[in-house]
Design a protein around this ligand. Structure first.
Ligand SMILES: Cc1cc2nc3c(=O)[nH]c(=O)nc-3n(C[C@H](O)[C@H](O)[C@H](O)COP(=O)(O)OP(=O)(O)OC[C@H]3O[C@@H](n4cnc5c(N)ncnc54)[C@H](O)[C@@H]3O)c2cc1C
Length: 393
């Protein structure tokens, strides 16, 4: 049996390694001149490939589907065991899994070397721009043919790594459905003159996204304020909602260390209010809060009127930024949306419409939170496809 895999990313390489038997030939086609270019940039160069908390709520889709049924502890163990089977030593920090070397290249190199050891073949600098089905065969670029085709070509995020979403169109020509796609795990854009003043501030906070007055999701973490809006892992995890809410608003609690801000504030030492605030929050935030509350920086804390105190506390715990959008696909770590998961058999990842056509990884309408969920899904999908390929040949 001849098998072609389009894409030498994490899911394509995982599929190649696990599908190779004596009875098949596997050729991986990759448009870049090297394998796994995207793996190298993951996790700030450290590749966070899995998370201890492998629960369904960390995996999202635009269209409802049955993906949750494969998010199980035993599948988490499969991902971990596969990574260990490559000989990679693992390190776990706060539940996040990395290679012990702290280098993404460790994972990329281990995957590629293992594929070569298994006699998987590669064609680099080869872009697939046409797929046809001719009876039982798939014909690629009128040049190559195979019995089984696995498309592992990723999304349209971060196109410098080779992923510009070209295969959505190739698959739509074969009759598969693609949902709307949006950039996710990405910086959020906001409006407000104060943003310029806050540019460069990093602070721990609780950040929430609202649809007008309705709380949608809350994330604690390190927030970065910039002249265009907000960034940081907590913001990335909220960014997908920007695209599906009517009136997205970010609200920030700059005092994550207390559940009773009123009492906390009353117990603070007396002094000039700016000096008092500077001791409990970043000084640029203190300055902006006082400006927005219309309170003179030199006023003594104990001389504040009830309204002034309320206004300051509201800004400290419920700071509002009207959201205008997100940064683009080129900045986003993942793409929200993709091939409708309802069109694949979740037990094999084979498409229901076209037999012997399998899809893996981020190409599908599944976007995970920050924390290793996207790579673990890519690996898991490759392992599931391989189970079926081994049955077929
Ligand atoms: C900056 C950044 C940081 C990230 N950090 C993390 C992290 O720490 N943890 C995590 O879980 N996830 C992270 N992600 C997301 C994660 O990298 C992806 O979800 C994952 O790599 C998807 O794997 P994949 O195999 O589906 O696709 P990819 O790894 O994107 O591989 C697809 C491959 O297909 C090739 N290709 C595409 N079209 C064609 C074509 N027409 N012909 C031939 N070849 C083609 C591409 O060149 C590419 O090499 C990060 C992403 C980015 C951009």
């Amino acid at each position: 049996m001849k098998i072609i895999i389009i894409g030498a990313g994490v899911s394509g390489l995982t599929t190649a390694i696990n599908s190779k038997t004596k009875n098949n030939e596997i050729l991986v086609l990759e448009k870049n001149s090297i394998p796994g270019k995207k793996i190298l940039v993951t996790g700030n160069g450290r590749c966070n490939f899995l998370n201890d908390d492998f629960s369904k709520e960390h995996f999202h889709s635009i269209l409802e589907n049955n993906i949750g049924s494969i998010i199980t502890e035993s599948n988490k163990d499969r991902v971990l065991n596969f990574t260990k089977s490559l000989g990679v030593e693992i390190k776990i920090k706060n539940g996040y899994y990395y290679p012990f070397t702290n280098k993404s290249s460790t994972i990329r190199d281990a995957l590629y070397e293992e594929a070569l050891n298994k006699k998987v073949e590669f064609k680099f600098d080869y872009r697939v721009n046409d797929i046809k089905k001719d009876n039982d065969k798939f014909i690629i670029n009128n040049d190559l043919s195979c019995d089984i085709l696995i498309v592992s070509s990723g999304s349209k995020s971060y196109k410098v790594t080779g992923t510009d979403g070209d295969s959505y169109e190739l698959l739509s020509k074969l009759g598969l459905s693609i949902t709307e796609t949006y950039p996710s795990l990405v910086q959020v854009l906001g409006e407000g003159k104060f943003l310029k003043e806050l540019d460069g501030v990093r602070t721990d906070a609780i950040v929430s996204i609202y649809d007008e007055d309705k709380l949608i999701k809350e994330e604690p973490g390190e927030l970065q304020l910039t002249d265009y809006g907000v960034s940081g892992i907590c913001v990335f995890n909220l960014s997908r909602y920007v695209h599906i809410l009517n009136r997205p608003i970010i609200r920030i609690n700059f005092m994550p260390y207390t559940n009773e801000p009123n009492k906390y504030f009353d117990n603070l030492l007396n002094g000039k209010i700016y000096e008092v605030l500077k001791r409990i929050i970043n000084e640029k935030i203190a300055s902006v809060v006082l400006k927005l509350a219309n309170v003179n920086e030199d006023k003594l804390k104990n001389d504040l009127t009830k309204e002034e105190k309320e206004s300051i506390l509201d800004l400290l715990t419920n700071f509002k930024i009207n959201v205008t959008g997100t940064k683009s696909f080129d900045n986003s770590q993942v793409t929200m949306g993709g091939i409708d998961v309802n069109e694949i058999d979740i037990n094999t990842f084979e498409t229901k419409k076209i037999s012997n056509l399998f899809l893996t990884g981020e190409l599908l309408d599944v976007d995970g939170d920050c924390g290793g969920y996207n790579i673990s899904f890519a690996i898991l999908s490759g392992l599931i496809v391989s189970d079926r390929i081994k049955e077929l040949c």
